[in-house]
Design a binder for this molecule. Sequence first.
Ligand code: NAD
Length: 456
Amino acid sequence: MSNLKINMNNFEDVLKSLESQTLRVCVIGIGRIGLPTALSFAKSGLETIGVDINKNLVDDINSGKFPLKDEPGYDEIFDTVIKNKKFSATTSIEDGVPNSNLILLSLPTPMDENNVPDYSALKTVASQLSDILSPNSLVIVESTIEPGFIEDEMVPIISRSGRLNAEKNFFIGVCPENANPGEILHDFTNLPRLVGGINSDISKTIKSIYNFVFSVELVEMPNCKTANAVKLTTNVFRDINIAFISELSLMFEKLGIDTNKVLEAARKKYNFQVHYPGAGVGGPCLPINSYQLLNTAKRIGSTLSIIESGRKINEKMPEHVVQLTSNAFKEYQKPIQGSNILILGISYKPNVKDIQLTPAEEIIKKLQNLGAIIHIYDPYFKSTTTFGIRIEDNVESIISNIDAAIIVTAHDEFKTMDISFFSRMRTPILIDTRGIIDPFSAKEKKLIFRGLGRGK
Ligand SMILES: NC(=O)c1ccc[n+]([C@@H]2O[C@H](COP(=O)([O-])OP(=O)(O)OC[C@H]3O[C@@H](n4cnc5c(N)ncnc54)[C@H](O)[C@@H]3O)[C@@H](O)[C@H]2O)c1
């Protein structure tokens, strides 16, 4: 069977094309999620092409350089599928789409400076598909989108040129991605995935395709919008619960209660699901996903007051970190103005190289506004300049000039640091926003210590 004869609406055709490995796959957007996805499809034996507007990324991939160094396991898969020519990349969508049967979209869905979700990448690509998608192809959107986006936006745009008619000669569905950066291979091989199609036949087809590539449970949803609603619900659940614990931790701090101790004990109860307070919630998912649901509510005249309050709390946490810092400086009777402050960790979460919407940025800006001189050390960002600051390669060489250190990200490297390291600072102020320092050992070392949510 030639690949362009495969009718993606014909279940038998699709199964045969999987077995004979003639089904051709195009992944548009080969970033953090799209690249591992494309590599997984290629590893299963299906010829896969990745399309991306980032020329440097495409050049790196085609010259054999694996760009996601913090994704364990994928470097080997990358080497294999590049060598056996199952995977290549291109900047030209025309090189990828017309010869493919299955088009996966892993495009970014960020938000603008007013927290309004921005679906321009998906809309641009949908309009390109309208002109170049081969009849009888299947489009699967893996990006995180609002419920209704497939039906109300993608289908009308792809149908716009008049060549393509949904459910007649093109098919569409979703398989929202839910992997965690830094653990993508683990998550792709363990976490259940949601599938939803424009009709139930397409859902079944999508399920069989993903079954071929990933040996995980595939949860078939009644339609696309329900699948996307589940994806957003699970992430927003986390955003709200982090806000709940963060707000509680602010009160516990005043009461002299250690939130760590509260959570350690609370999690012993079978129906308590632990979340941790911190410097704020960043990343490409949680904050945006909350605003996506708020956008949906606004669009249809509903209210989601808990999500709104949760966002306000999470967005206030960087300011609290600055207050803790100011307070510690006051205790030492030293002005922040002109002091050297070391930020430990700028990633929005531990052990990944990713600063999207990281709370570190706001903390840094606020401290700079108070006149502090900021230094950054982050093992994932060596030899680069970020937020206009040259990142330190070696924290050892600067520690004696530092007046305060603030742990913003709980990277493993910081968890294993000996507390005496901080005694070598010029001024012994240590702020821990992630609950990784034992307040008693900080006290023993005579550090001026502030732990977020730990009580004084
Ligand atoms: N990163 C995560 O933790 C994560 C987890 C689950 C779901 N998601 C969702 O997956 C989707 C992709 O996220 P990501 O983190 O992989 O984003 P990313 O920014 O790492 O990758 C997106 C890629 O798309 C490319 N791109 C942008 N516009 C394009 C266009 N018009 N044509 C071709 N390529 C284009 C970019 O150059 C980039 O390489 C988003 O919807 C996100 O919400 C992300």
